[in-house]
Design a protein around this ligand. Structure first.
Ligand SMILES: Cc1ncc(COP(=O)(O)O)c(C=O)c1O
Length: 443
């Protein structure tokens, strides 16, 4: 039976909600409801959760596309589980208390700087925190130059984490439309930049279409206008070096490009570690230094940190280090070759279906597909999405179509995708109206 977090009473009286009991001491009577009175035994919780989870999204089956980057590598998974258990209770808030975590974090940052040619780096909990830090450093740099109303210029395809960071940090976000190829338009950027621009942002690649913005052109604009320029490689950072090594065309996008001043790249995406680690990187020490927070007026001791988090769980740091160390260049090449094969397979399955097209010309393993301009009038991409759902696929909905994000494990689902998609396009009628949802709020 699923565990009942509300504490309601079940048939045999477990998990009962605390109720007024005249025999209880006064202190206990004041504890509000919600917690079960007697707690729940370990084995019972584990059994309930195993049952409950069997109905959750199956990310191992090769039919789900976002949220989990399934490396489909049992040895890597064994390593991550063991390392996570080893460091489960450790806290990198004060890294000098945990010498092993300290060493691992330092080595992760060295590996990241080496991969992207950065001068300085910090570890964060995810892409959004990395983006927050990059917006904060740019805002403070602008403030130091006397800018009182800083803005950030990006394309509409920039991840919503930039809108969120701007919202929290008091920065105005100026979005520009994309060129016809789905990439950020440097001319539109040039028209939007003004004296108050603190940061220009481009994606490598953007989430909706998987295209890399023209980094070199935007960097040259940033240099001409003397602006900071952030490349959001949350998605692409840990795959693009290997994608290029596999022989794919990848235009320079990292710190090799003069004018790129900061970057975000997530280890918990194509770095293949589990959730909770990203890197934010800088070319110059002065900008990186703006991210460091120090406070020495607290009776609890001197407080210093390199990101917005206080307590930092040890398990994600240890697993990120173990993943990078275990895989090495050979391991990433092996996994990313599978991603490349899956990408070719899925794209050809889509282009073989009359009436469907991949949007733009994606540079990576992330893309949207929708109706082709010559698609029959009665073909509806939402109906196709429903038909695919009914066959166990979990394609994410975007405004323009269905979204695919491929991991190594998807190379096993290419044939099934081809068969099911060919069948799904024969469906007609009304869609069930699945929402275009990317993130949600739990209340
Ligand atoms: C391009 C891009 N930037 C930033 C993010 C945000 O990363 P996170 O969800 O780890 O905060 C994502 C997430 O998918 C992304 O695709």
């Amino acid at each position: 039976m699923p565990h009942n977090p509300s504490g309601a009473t079940d048939s045999d009286g477990r998990n009962s909600t605390p109720q007024a009991n005249n025999d209880e001491p006064d202190g206990l009577k004041r504890i509000p409801g919600g917690l079960s009175t007697t707690g729940t035994p370990v084995d019972e919780i584990l059994e309930d959760l195993r049952l409950e989870r069997s109905g959750d999204l199956d990310w191992r089956g090769g039919r789900a596309f976002s949220l989990v980057y399934n490396a489909d590598d049992p040895e890597l998974e064994r390593l991550q589980h063991e390392v996570a258990a080893m460091f489960l209770h450790e806290n990198a808030l004060n890294p000098f208390r945990y010498q092993t975590l300290l060493r691992m974090e330092g080595e992760i940052l060295e590996m990241a700087k080496g991969l992207f040619g950065a001068g300085h780096a910090a570890l964060t909990s995810g892409g959004t925190e990395s983006i927050f830090m990059a917006v904060q450093t740019a805002r403070d740099d602008a403030r130091a130059r006397g800018v009182t109303n800083p803005n950030l210029v990006c394309a509409i395809t920039a991840h919503p984490a930039f809108a969120k960071a701007c919202h929290y940090l008091g920065v105005e976000m100026v979005t520009t439309s994309c060129a016809s190829d789905g990439r950020a338009d440097p001319n539109a950027f040039a028209g939007a930049i003004n004296d108050s621009t603190a940061l220009i942002v481009a994606s490598a690649p953007c989430y909706p279409y998987g295209v890399i913005d023209p980094i070199e052109e935007i960097a040259s604009l940033a240099r001409r206008t003397n602006k900071l320029f952030h490349v959001d490689a949350c998605l692409g950072g840990y795959i693009l070096p290997f994608w290029e090594a596999l022989g794919e065309q990848v235009a320079p996008w990292d710190f090799r490009v003069e004018g790129v001043t900061s970057m975000s790249a997530d280890i918990h995406k194509y770095g293949y570690s589990f959730k909770g680690t990203s890197t934010v990187l800088y070319r110059d020490h002065d900008l990186y230094q703006r991210q460091i927070f120090m406070y020495d007026a607290w009776p609890g001791g001197m407080y210093a940190s390199a990101s917005s988090a206080g307590t930092r769980p040890g398990a994600p740091i240890a697993a990120a280090w173990a993943t990078l160390t275990h895989l090495g260049v050979d391991g990433y090449m092996r996994l990313d070759r599978r991603v490349l094969n899956a990408t070719r397979g899925f794209r050809s399955a889509i282009s073989d279906v009359a009436g469907l097209d991949v949007t733009s010309n994606p540079d990576l393993s992330v893309f949207e597909f929708g109706l082709a301009p010559d698609a029959p009038e009665d073909l509806d991409i939402a109906v196709i999405g429903d038909a695919m759902d009914d066959r166990g696929w979990n394609l994410d909905r975007q405004q323009g179509g269905l979204h695919v994000m491929l991991s190594p494990g998807h190379d096993r689902s290419v044939d099934a995708f081809r068969v099911d998609l060919a069948e799904a396009v024969t469906h007609r009628g009304a869609a069930r109206d699945a929402d275009h949802v990317y993130g949600g709020v739990v209340d």
